[in-house]
Design a protein around this ligand. Structure first.
Ligand code: ADP
Ligand code: ZN
Ligand code: ZN
Length: 834
């Protein structure tokens, strides 16, 4: 490569294009597509990614600058991933560097470091020589010093350094460095036994420590970490160094892997003989894997129908062909049982990627994949970018989960990325769920357009798995009308039915999962005299009450204030917190059932690393009667003694201003119901609600996915919502409202003009093409961190390229936005309307 096309890491729309650089001779061997490089850019040295080579430079060759450095021996991105990155930035309208960076582990997000060294011809004054003697000596003898480190250790030297740089006595050089490096451990290598004996004989008796050390190594000749050896042999590192200096021992820095599962044992598990229903579902998937053909499947199996066992065996197929597999799970920290099942089946061939790992741990897991030492990646959303070279299978479990859509830029959906990688690799894609999203299900049964990109719409092959394994029945579901309870004088949190059922479980020593549906139902503070509610002064959203610290906190910006003892507005003392938090449920449980053992899992009890796993282990070992929690108890858990699932406030999220509210409620209730009776003991589910008639709740009673979905698809079609139409939102934020309004209006007007030019109308229900531009209106969160937010929404359907219009319009607005500091953020196919 003579000239490389590089995308420089400046995430702005103006610089969102590749720049050409010369490849110097010394780096020619190393620069490839996907290489991470350091390049000079606007007076700085920045990180960039090589997109490919250029035959002819776009500008005069003599004006090109050379690449300063290559940052990795093996390019972190393959050609395939670079292509995925390009596609992502078109698909979700984000700068290319943003989509490329999203595929790299955080440890590889290079930062620019400045180094200083004395200029060769620097003429130091006598005064400088005497005042800064030590410093100058260090500079001259120790080579370039890292500026940030120097200023941290000696802030008093900042002025002198600045002046010397100006005078040209010091030179500055910039380097791009990794935030984190490979971890190394000093390791001691002993010589062969005979040499060791000779050495031992030659050491004088007074060097007792050294003798002990060699004696220990005779017994334990394998390489050992220096620190561990010193401890095991009861000596010091000084003794080890002494022997190393004599050339008897060798001490080398060895890369050490930070293995987050190092101290865990996974009992091996063999494949289970598939049931006839599983075999039927498995056959087309296995066939696609064997043909090495890209195909997308929707595996629609009720909870406990044996989907995971099918995933495991499909992976086995891919591995036996020398190919690799990715498994995505919604939030891996919440589903330790999934990790366990994959580790048990495939052992060390599994790399685990999730957000609870430290950057270093994640980097090491990532390297196992890149270097071909792992063949299966299990992880949350971003594991879809696992850098495999021979991908044969991609699985997305619980494909309907919202966590697969990233809410910050790049606002990609892992499902679409998986399908694209499947295409590029000739790999099979399996989307599994008990409650598939309407987009996937509608496309699979042919009731709605395909999902994904307009010109690449995906229609998965539909594979139903309607029965649980081993004829286990689905649990019986009862819907309890809480209004009726109130009429009969029960003001408690638990209906009589739920209280009775709980008591029975306690008597029988069985377990209960209690879900408190709390989305949109935070514990907020309200004055009962005047209606005042405490809101964040920066974000315009209700503050949440935290009992532990007795303060009110903003979940968006972290603002906190003390719990008020009287109303700040009317001074009434009748101010209290409303809404049912998990803590209140815990208290009510303790009151109603003295001695009950409850594990509470919510954001407050699970911030600590590994805490989920600890709680879940405790529950599995039956050291608690009830597992109480928010959404996080609904997913993936499989405990044999859970025979009761209770849902409090099932309808809490139904009134949220989101057209998917009903779908989400149905999915959540079905998922949590699926936690009951998964093994020999039959299960029961009790759902408490104030809206038993609502179809998303009523349908849960009969596990009626098809009925619910049929009706819901009808509503969506009538209103032009996904999966029948598409959405695109633009959010603008700034400190001043008038500016936002005028920019929002410009966006809306230009979009309408583009629609008109394309002959598309917004209100035309008779046409199969339409595009409607709504707004600008205040966003559902109207202010965040002191910035006001307005949004425009484009609702379109049919053969309409509203995304291209938006891309052009954003380009036109970019300059104005930059000048005024207005942030523009576009969301293509948004998942969260809040
Ligand atoms: P899902 O992923 O659909 O919820 P799982 O794969 O977790 O279902 O299966 C549910 C339960 O049935 C698990 O305990 C699993 O070990 C068991 N199981 C799955 N397949 C079989 C099989 N073919 N034979 C016996 N038990 C099975
Ligand atoms: Zn008041
Ligand atoms: Zn706030």
């Amino acid at each position: 490569m003579r000239i490389a096309r590089v995308i420089v890491d400046v995430p702005s729309r103006e610089t969102d294009r590749p720049f050409d650089y010369l490849v110097p001779e010394r780096l020619a061997e190393w620069v490839e597509t996907g290489s991470r490089v350091a390049v000079p850019f606007g007076g700085r040295t920045l990180q960039g990614i090589v997109l490919g080579s250029a035959e002819e430079a776009e500008v005069d060759r003599s004006r090109l600058k050379p690449i300063a450095d290559v940052l990795d021996a093996v390019p972190p991105l393959s050609e395939e991933l670079v292509e995925i990155g390009r596609w992502m930035s078109r698909r979700w309208l984000c700068p290319l560097t943003v989509s490329l960076q999203a595929m790299l582990p955080a440890a590889l997000k290079g930062k620019t470091e400045k180094y200083i060294s004395p200029a060769p011809d620097a003429a130091w004054t006598v005064l400088e020589r005497s005042v800064y003697a030590d410093f100058l000596h260090a500079l001259e003898s120790g080579g370039p010093l890292k500026l940030s480190q120097l200023l941290q250790q000696h802030p008093e030297r900042a002025d002198a350094v600045k002046q010397w740089l100006k005078q040209g006595k010091l030179e500055e050089r910039q380097k791009v460095e990794d935030r984190l490096s490979v971890k190394t451990v000093l390791t001691v290598f002993a010589p062969p036994e005979a040499a060791l004996r000779d050495a031992l004989a030659a050491i004088p008796a007074r060097a007792a420590k050294q003798r002990e050390l060699l004696a220990y190594l005779l017994e334990h000749p394998e390489p050992i970490a220096q620190a561990a050896l010193a401890e095991a042999a009861g000596t010091t590192t000084a003794a080890i160094r002494a022997l190393a200096d004599k050339g008897i021992l060798e001490v080398k820095a060895v890369t050490a892997e930070r293995d987050p599962y190092a101290d865990r044992h996974f009992a091996p598990s063999a494949p289970l003989p598939l049931t006839p229903a599983q075999r039927e579902a498995f056959a087309p998937i296995a066939e696609a894997v064997e043909r090495r053909a890209h195909e997308t499947f929707l595996l629609h199996g009720v909870t406990g129908s044996g989907k995971t066992e099918i995933y495991l065996q499909a992976i086995d197929r891919a591995l036996s062909q020398g190919r690799e597999a990715i498994v995505l799970v919604p939030e891996i920290a919440l589903t330790p049982q999934m990790v366990e099942r994959f580790k048990s089946r495939f052992g060390a061939r599994v790399a685990v990627l999730h957000s609870r790992l430290s950057n270093g741990e994640r980097y090491d897991e990532w390297r196992k994949i890149r270097e071909g030492r792992a063949q299966v990646a299990v992880g949350a959303r971003s594991a879809v970018f696992a850098p495999f070279a021979r991908l044969g299978l991609l699985i997305i479990d619980e494909e309907h989960e919202t966590t697969y859509k990233q809410e910050e830029s790049p606002k990609y959906h892992a499902r679409d990325v998986a399908v694209m990688r499947g295409r590029l690799n000739g790999a099979a894609v399996v989307l599994g769920s008990a409650t598939p999203s309407l987009e996937t299900y509608g496309a699979a049964i042919g009731a709605s357009p395909g999902f994904g990109d307009r010109d690449e719409a995906v229609r998965p092959v539909y594979i139903p798995l309607p029965e649980r394994v081993a004829d286990r029945p689905l649990p019986r579901v009862s819907i309890i009308d809480m209004r009726e309870e109130l009429r009969l004088g029960n003001r408690a949190m638990f209906s009589r039915a739920l209280a009775d059922a709980l008591r029975t479980r306690l008597e029988r020593g069985e377990q209960t999962v209690l879900l408190l549906n709390r989305r949109g139902y935070a514990t907020f503070v309200m004055c009962r005299s005047c209606g005042f509610t405490a809101t964040c002064p920066h974000c315009d959203i209700a503050l949440t009450y935290h009992r532990g610290s007795q303060n009110l906190r903003c979940h968006y910006c972290g603002y906190a204030e003390r719990e008020p003892d009287k109303c700040p507005s009317c001074e009434s003392p009748h101010i209290r917190f409303f809404g049912t938090g998990t803590q209140k449920v815990e208290e009510a449980l303790a009151e109603t059932f003295p001695g009950i053992r409850v594990i509470r899992m919510d954001v407050d009890t699970t911030t600590e690393k590994g805490s989920h796993e600890r709680w879940l282990t405790e529950f599995r070992e039956r050291r608690a009667d009830v597992l109480l929690g928010t959404q996080m108890v609904a997913k993936g858990l499989d405990f044999p003694y859970v025979t009761l699932v209770g849902v409090l406030a099932a309808d809490a999220a139904l009134r949220l201003p989101d057209f998917r509210a009903a779908e989400r409620t149905f999915q959540l209730l079905t998922q949590v119901a699926g936690r009951a009776g998964r093994h020999e003991l039959p299960g029961e589910v009790i759902v408490q609600t104030y809206e038993p008639e609502h179809e998303s709740i009523a349908a849960v009673e009969h596990h009626d996915y098809r009925g619910f979905t049929g009706r819901e698809l009808g509503h969506r079609q009538a209103l032009g919502y996904p999966p029948y139409g598409r959405l695109l939102t633009l959010t603008l934020s700034h400190e001043q409202v008038p500016l936002l309004l005028s920019m929002g209006q410009t966006f809306a007007t230009r979009m309408r003009e583009r629609a008109a030019a394309a002959g598309v109308r917004g209100d035309d229900s008779s046409s199969d093409r339409a595009a409607e531009v709504l707004g600008p209106v205040p966003s559902p969160i109207p202010r965040l961190k002191d910035r006001y937010r307005f949004q425009c929404m484009v609702k379109y359907r049919g053969d309409v390229d509203a995304r291209a219009w938006a891309a052009e319009t954003l380009k036109e607005l970019a300059e104005t936005a930059k000048r005024h500091g207005v942030q523009m953020s576009v969301d293509v196919d948004p998942q969260m309307m809040l």
